[in-house]
Ligand binder design. Structure first.
Ligand code: SF4
Length: 257
């Protein structure tokens, strides 16, 4: 159910497996993109409601007054900031405007494929190198429809924005064996876009593990054994091959390694 709420804090914090503290702005709590591997599903309460934080930009404005300008903030963890609902509420745009007023460094993560980011190009371009788009390519809605990677909507967006001078980093995370063909995706991206890779990382017996297993059983039954190995035995032969092939490539980074 959609719930419009008021918040008293704009910034939350996450603590990734490789250490550190990551400040996050989530204009929404909940996500409509529906990735079956989404680690947020570990929280059984997440995404029961889609919460719209109506006042987040006003609260953010106050919080940023005391912010260290050298720190980078991230937009989007418990939501995709460019999912379709932002067409109506424009909270992502409002937060970006607050960040741009103070010349803050910001990274926006999205894989929704809504193209709404083009709406905000006026703000983003003014932010210059303070802005980075972390564009996820493991959007299963896009991948299931198309064989030619050059036609994948998020790859086209990555290339178009990159050519407009927006800093874009592409993420094939997770690499889904039999679904995300890393070589074809890399070849379809402009050659100077950095690409981040990571394997499927799921804890056994959690909701994301069960959701991905059900997704594979339903849509890719021929891959069921391979994914059971990944989920239950921590064996991912395709990822090992990808690492071997790309680890010396200057363009490629392996997340968490
Ligand atoms: S877009 Fe991100 S937050 Fe939304 S379901 Fe996919 S992984 Fe989860």
């Amino acid at each position: 159910m959609l719930k419009e709420i008021l918040v008293s804090k704009a910034m939350t914090y996450e603590y990734p497996p490789d250490g550190g503290t990551v400040p996050i702005i989530d204009p929404y709590d909940g996500c409509t993109v529906g990735c079956p591997y989404c680690f947020q599903l570990e929280d059984e309460e997440w995404n029961i409601d889609l919460k719209v934080k109506l006042n987040i930009a006003d609260i953010l404005q106050d919080e940023l007054m005391n912010w260290n300008k050298e720190d980078t903030v991230y937009l989007g963890s418990k939501c995709d900031p460019y999912m379709e609902i932002d067409r109506k509420y424009q909270l992502t745009r409002k937060c970006l405007i607050e960040l741009s007023k103070l010349n803050m460094k910001c990274m926006v993560t999205t894989k929704a494929g809504s193209k709404l980011i083009y709406r905000d190009l006026d703000v983003i371009k003014a932010m210059g190198d303070k802005f980075t788009l972390l564009l996820g390519l493991s959007n299963l809605h896009q991948l299931k429809k198309i064989d030619d990677c050059a036609l994948i909507s998020n790859i086209q967006t990555a290339n178009e924005l990159h050519r407009m001078g927006v800093r874009v980093w592409a993420f094939i995370t997770p690499i889904l064996p039999g679904i995300t063909n890393v070589e074809l995706m890399m070849n379809a991206l402009d050659k100077d876009i950095p690409v981040f890779l990571d394997r499927v990382r799921l804890k056994k017996d959690t909701k994301p593990a069960m959701t991905l297993e059900s997704f594979i059983d339903k849509h890719h039954p021929e891959l069921a054994n391979q994914y059971q190995d990944i989920i239950y035995n921590d064996v991912d032969i395709y990822y090992d091959q990808v690492r071997e092939k790309w680890s010396g490539d200057q363009r490629v980074r392996f997340v968490f390694e």
